[in-house]
Design a protein around this ligand. Structure first.
Ligand SMILES: Nc1ncnc2c1ncn2[C@@H]1O[C@@H]2COP(=O)(O)O[C@H]2[C@H]1O
Length: 230
């Protein structure tokens, strides 16, 4: 009888950027990284801070956002494990391109710029993953730009909800997000986002429960967002 042993796991398990590393190198990365915890609502860093470390998110969720001079926020992305953040300013040796806030209690590993660059130089294979990650970011930005040109606000709200629902095929998907956060992500005023949510709710595509949105018809939202059927 075949006995399956549990997959060996470590603090970098599932993190694509470090997937191709030899076990000894992985252990060196883990030893060089500093564990961090962030409470919900805590800022990890602010736009224009010096970029000093790569953050490997292990638990929780982080919103990446830019702030307008009026104080208004635009959420660019929500990062979840096993994603990393903070790679842009390390690679262009510049300041943080956006701010980041824990939207759930988080645990993470922080790898200093020096340790990350040394790793990249001694393990060129990492460059493949770094390039893939930058390619993915550019692709997302291109899509976000196109959405702002081609989709109306309800379309962007629908698309944001579909993205947050992820790959789940469950008949009901609960998204822990209030309507202000949704407005920051979809790029619209709270009032117009509320109207879009009200109209989706009246068609039976979702319902709101306090700070949650329960999506009941992802396919309808996908169609409203102009996305292909799966
Ligand atoms: N538009 C975006 N979508 C997703 N992530 C982003 C976006 N812009 C910046 N980031 C991430 O947010 C981080 C902000 O700090 P960095 O510039 O060091 O690295 C950035 C990326 O990891």
């Amino acid at each position: 009888m075949e006995v399956r042993l549990p997959e060996p796991g470590d603090a970098l398990t599932g993190v694509e950027m470090f997937a191709g590393l030899e076990p000894e190198v992985r252990q060196r990365v883990i030893a060089a990284a500093v564990p961090r915890t962030y409470r919900k609502g805590q800022l990890l860093f602010v736009e224009n801070d010096p970029g000093e470390s790569l953050i490997v998110l292990r638990r929780g969720a982080v919103a990446v956002f830019r702030t307008a001079p009026t104080g208004e926020r635009a959420v660019l992305s929500v990062i979840r494990p096993p994603d990393v953040l903070g790679e842009v300013s390390l690679l262009d040796a510049s300041t943080r391109s956006a701010s980041a806030e824990a939207i759930e209690d988080c645990t993470a590993l922080a790898l200093s710029r020096g340790a990350f660059m040394e790793l990249v130089h001694s393990n060129p294979r990492i460059l493949d993953a770094v390039m893939r990650s930058l390619g993915g970011l550019i692709r997302r930005l291109t899509e976000q730009n196109a959405d702002h040109v081609f989709l109306d606000l309800p379309g962007r709200v629908a698309k944001t909800l579909v993205r947050l629902a992820g790959e789940s095929h469950a008949p009901m998907i609960t998204i822990e997000l209030n309507q202000s956060q949704l407005a920051e992500m979809a790029g619209g005023s709270r009032q117009s986002v509320n109207q879009a949510i009200g109209s989706f709710a009246s068609r039976g595509w979702l319902r709101t429960e306090g700070r949650r949105i329960v999506v009941t018809d992802v396919a309808a939202l996908r169609r409203r967002a102009g996305m292909n059927d799966r």
